[in-house]
Write a protein that binds this ligand. Structure first.
Ligand code: HEM
Length: 980
């Protein structure tokens, strides 16, 4: 999705951009250029915008956006937040590269500018380097607070605090309790007793007994994630434009005033300075209490939702304790409780990115350069939800940890909720002890239900991003909007823009529906909606949104409402239950010109013209009889392909081009009775036909202002409609003479074409179609039928090359079950493994990942949400095919899963709909499958295939490139060899 090109295109938006440009250049560019590093060999990542870099792509759940980027760009990515370079690791290998191999260079902290005030040199957690001060604090804590001895000594105190908590809860029976608050108070008081021998918080008091201490502490925490211009543009650090440093300093002093007297008393007894004691304690309070209480809150929520797990914990507690009221559990005898805690820490790591690190020196990780001063995140959240690392990663399954050696002690990099390396959380043993004892007591002593008899299986599990990944904790949201509206340079730019924005907003507001009860989705930005969040692989971004918001989501692309279905149930709601209201096509504005009423694939409604095309093609092209009649032709075209390959032995062949030529010529013979392409000629014999078709295809996905803001439709601001029309006419000129010749023959009434020799063109002429109607039908069928088929064969070949065992099985099947050297269509039914390989390819790489967009002709309800009239609708077949809730080990190529299974792509099984379903389902399904079968079987049966330069096939790049069809990013080039 070329957002930049869209914004730079013609029209209103570009006018805004042009207006901004001089300002941007003069005011910001010259200041920031000095600081923006042009380091080489950085990890890949989404292209940064000028000045703001990737800031606009981070969104409210950075861990989700960064997981999306990692899917697209790999496990180590780089982003530019303003001029600050950020590197994010999202796989166990990348995490080990940072936290183990390069730990000594990368264990500095990136301290938020708001914390970088007079006290900063005394920090522990935020200590920018691992110098003397940090070392002495770490030793002190290890010995006096978190050592086995210290923990044993604190056990009575923990028990006392636990009893207080339980006492409070007993008095609250049948009333609503905020679990997070209660646990926070317990933890906080335990800590304050360890340090000051004093409680600071009371259970009944919302803000804490000591005049809002709790509230003030959570305010301090907010500064970590509060977007700050000085963090993104270090050039502005000294000005503290948003005043955050000043505010934070003031708040810190206020917090200190709570315990200053006590510190003074004890200062004489300790060697450390006053500031050291205070800073250390404040941070420990924040870190320990918030992480622990969030873990307990999440575990309670998960156990409430997962009834079976809850009753297993209860059973275990019951059988391992002697009395009803004792809470002195032996935690080593509670494996299931421990597994639940581990599973919670996997799914809801309190610090989803750990605590940001900074590179003290330039170094290399995974062969990429990490320049000095780069900020470093480890996306622990993404690693823990990676289906390549975890089976069925989104489900809460404590059982996965039972009998497993995997631990959070910083050795197993697929599971590092406490971090690893020298900056690993020192409070791990104490934190886990607190979680264990509080959780066990809460579950053992009480039953818990949701208020108003709410169904626990529907408990809202949405996360809010913050320093600690809390459940909907209201204070710690990533306030990007706040940042943009804050003080400083950005707000000046915004103010300059405002009058213009208001004018545009009022014009388009008229057009934006204010429909109620829409499916949930990420909050749209003013004017642009969610355009900036779609990225280059929309099917991936939409899958991530579905994880957050559910199987039916809504997005705003400008003023165009888009609804995306990402589960079999949501697909049924659209393609089956409401097929009659949702089967119009949403046609891109670039192709919505004078010829649009003649489209087949893009026919906006299911009216007379579409019906007659559907009937004609079903009878004359796709019926069993027609398919049988075409079998000789298919055989001939495959033979020509094999002949070409025999002449190419030992040379590199582009598989996509090869299959495209074969399928195109087969279809052009069915339609016109003639070949159009030549195997040897890259661009096709008929004057670059292939290239021209590809260009036309690209218009379907080209970002177009008129699609996002239909108000601009009439002006065709980017000139795309005009260009598409011109391109179509050029293609028509290649074959129009054939139509004219044929028509002339018919009108001379001299020629009688025998029924068996009639092409599809004859049928269309007989039915009275005009030239333009025939031209459009031909283009539609070529586009729908060739790229889809050839991309399926290309992906299948790539998967088979990568999965040697599957390739061997297929070769064996073809060898033993075909009675001759040549594969013919009569053999095809004897190849169950071939068919399973094709199905598995279509599951993992559906050629139309979002189907072809539909459009609501009337307002209707799907899954209890409203789909307003004119909504555009996608069905994310790509996500459904990779959903771990539906498919075991979904990312692996395992054709075996289809053997003996009745699951088919005929539009009845909604977990597998690569050809769609309902009345707009692909009419060419059997035609396409027959072509894929015969081409793939012949390629594998007749030849051996290897990668050029002896490249290792297990390392074959499988990246996808989004377009109208889902192609391989790198075309598959293989050397063809004689079959052994
Ligand atoms: C592996 C091969 C193919 C795949 C995966 C495929 C997939 C699809 C999909 C997903 C749709 C949209 C369905 C929907 O919106 O629910 C579609 C529509 C269509 N396909 Fe295919 N297709 C393939 C081959 C073919 C072939 C070979 C032809 C013709 C020669 C063809 C002709 C069409 C047409 C005409 C439509 C539009 C139907 C309508 O809107 O009424 N397809 N295809």
């Amino acid at each position: 999705m070329e957002i930049t090109r869209f914004l730079m295109g013609n029209g209103l938006f570009s006018s805004l951009f042009l207006l901004l440009t001089p300002l941007v250049f003069v005011v910001v560019f010259f200041f920031t250029k000095k600081y923006s590093r042009s380091a080489k060999n950085l990890p890949p990542g989404p292209p940064p915008w000028p000045i703001i870099g990737n800031l606009h792509q981070i969104g409210e759940s950075p861990q989700v956006s960064m997981a999306i980027f990692a899917q697209q760009h790999g496990p180590l990515i780089s982003l530019h937040l303003g001029t600050q370079l950020l590197v994010v690791a999202s796989s166990p290998e990348a995490a080990a590269g940072i936290l183990k191999t390069q730990d000594r260079f990368l264990s500095s902290r990136a301290i938020p500018n708001a914390y970088d005030h007079a006290y900063s040199s005394f920090y522990f957690i935020w200590s920018t380097n691992c110098g003397e001060h940090w070392k002495s604090l770490r030793t002190l804590c290890r010995n006096d607070m978190f050592s086995v001895k210290a923990l044993q000594a604190q056990s009575r105190l923990r028990q006392e605090k636990l009893d207080q908590m339980l006492g409070f809860l007993r008095g609250k029976k049948n009333q609503v309790v905020n679990i997070g608050d209660v646990v926070f108070t317990t933890m906080f008081n335990t800590m304050s007793q360890v340090i000051f021998a004093k409680d600071f918080l009371g259970y009944g008091d919302e803000h804490g007994t000591v005049g809002g201490l709790k509230w003030k502490l959570s305010t301090l925490l907010k500064y970590v994630t509060r977007p700050n211009i000085s963090d993104f543009y270090p050039i502005f650090r000294r000005f503290d434009l948003q005043g955050l440093r000043k505010e934070n300093f003031k708040n810190t002093q206020e917090v200190y005033s709570f315990w200053e007297g006590m510190v003074e008393e004890r200062r004489a007894k300790m060697k450390s300075s006053k500031m050291v004691i205070e800073e250390e304690e404040e941070k420990l309070f924040l870190d320990r209490t918030d992480t622990t209480s969030s873990t307990i809150e999440w575990t309670m929520a998960e156990l409430l939702k997962n009834k079976e797990a809850m009753s297993k914990v209860r059973q275990e507690l019951k059988y391992n304790t002697n009395s009803n009221i004792t809470h002195e559990f032996e935690f080593s005898k509670l494996p299931y409780l421990n597994a639940c805690i581990k599973e919670t820490l996997r799914l809801h790591p309190p610090a989803p990115f750990l605590i940001p690190r900074r590179a003290v020196e330039t170094c290399e990780v995974m062969n990429y350069t990490i320049p000095q001063n780069t900020q470093i995140f480890i996306n622990v959240w993404a690693i823990a939800r990676d289906p390549r690392v975890w089976e069925d990663p989104l489900s809460y399954k404590p059982e996965r940890f039972l009998g497993l050696n995997l631990d959070f002690k910083g050795q197993d990099f697929e599971y590092i909720p406490f971090g690893a390396g020298r900056r690993m959380c020192p409070g791990l043993p104490s934190g886990i002890k607190s979680v264990q004892s509080i959780l066990a007591s809460l579950i053992h002593e009480f039953d818990w239900v949701l208020p108003n008899d709410e169904d626990p299986s529907k408990l809202d599990m949405k996360e809010k991003f913050g320093m600690n990944n809390g459940r909907d904790s209201p204070n710690i949201v990533m306030e990007i909007t706040h940042f943009l509206m804050g003080n400083g340079l950005f707000s000046s730019l915004f103010l300059l823009l405002t009058p213009l924005v208001v004018v545009v907003f009022f014009i388009i507001k008229k057009y934006s529906g204010s429909a109620k009860n829409l499916p949930p989705g990420p909050p749209p930005w003013p004017i642009i909606g969610n355009i900036h969040q779609i990225g280059e692989s929309p099917q991936v971004s939409m899958a991530m949104f579905a994880q957050q918001y559910g199987p039916l989501i809504s997005l705003h692309l400008g003023t165009q409402l888009l609804v995306v279905a990402s589960s079999p149930e949501a697909a049924i709601g659209i393609l089956k239950s409401h097929d009659h209201l949702l089967s119009c096509r949403s046609i891109p504005d670039a192709i919505d010109h004078g010829l649009a009423p003649f489209f087949f694939v893009w026919s906006t409604d299911c009216g007379q013209h579409w019906k007659s095309l559907r009937t004609l093609s079903r009878n004359e092209m796709f019926s069993v009889k027609a398919l049988q009649a075409q079998s000789g032709l298919r055989h001939k075209k495959v033979d020509q392909m094999l002949g070409f390959l025999h002449g190419k032995k030992g040379q590199v062949v582009n598989i996509g081009d090869l299959v495209f030529t074969t399928t195109f010529n087969t279809l052009s013979n069915v339609f016109f009775g003639k070949d159009f392409l030549d195997f040897g000629d890259e661009h096709g014999i008929a004057g670059g036909l292939k290239e021209k078709l590809n260009t036309l295809l690209a218009y379907g996905v080209r970002p177009n202002i008129s699609d996002f803001f239909p108000i601009f439709k009439r002006w065709d601001l980017q000139g795309l409609r005009k260009r598409h029309m011109k391109g179509m006419r050029e293609v028509f000129s290649i074959w129009e003479h054939l139509i004219d010749e044929r028509r002339a023959k018919y009108s001379s009434s001299m020629t009688v074409v025998e029924d068996k020799d009639k092409s599809f063109l004859d049928r269309l002429l007989e039915s009275g179609f005009t030239n333009d109607q025939i031209n459009i039908c031909a283009i539609d069928l070529f586009i729908a039928g060739t790229d889809t088929t050839s991309s399926t064969v290309e992906w299948a070949m790539a998967e088979l090359l990568k999965n040697k065992e599957a390739m061997n099985k297929l070769q064996e099947e073809l060898k033993h079950k075909s009675d001759s050297n040549m594969i013919t269509e009569s053999h095809l039914s004897k190849f169950p493994y071939l068919n399973a390989c094709i199905k598995e390819t279509l599951r993992l790489h559906p050629p139309a990942p979002l189907l072809i967009p539909r459009h609501a002709s009337e307002t209707c309800e799907v899954m209890n949400y409203t789909i307003p009239q004119n909504t555009k609708i996608f069905v994310n077949v790509w996500t459904i095919g990779r959903d771990p809730k539906i498919w075991e080990d979904p990312l692996s190529f395992k054709p075996e899963r289809f053997l003996g299974s009745s699951l088919d792509f005929k539009g009845q099984d909604f977990e597998f709909i690569p050809f769609g379903a309902g009345r707009r389902m692909c009419p060419g399904t059997q035609y396409g499958i027959k072509s894929v079968q015969s081409i793939l079987a012949s390629l594998i049966h007749q030849f051996d295939w290897v990668l050029p330069n002896d490249d290792d096939p297990t390392k074959l790049d499988m990246n996808e490139k989004f377009g109208v069809t889902l192609q391989r990013e790198k075309p598959l080039q293989l050397i063809v060899k004689d079959s052994k």
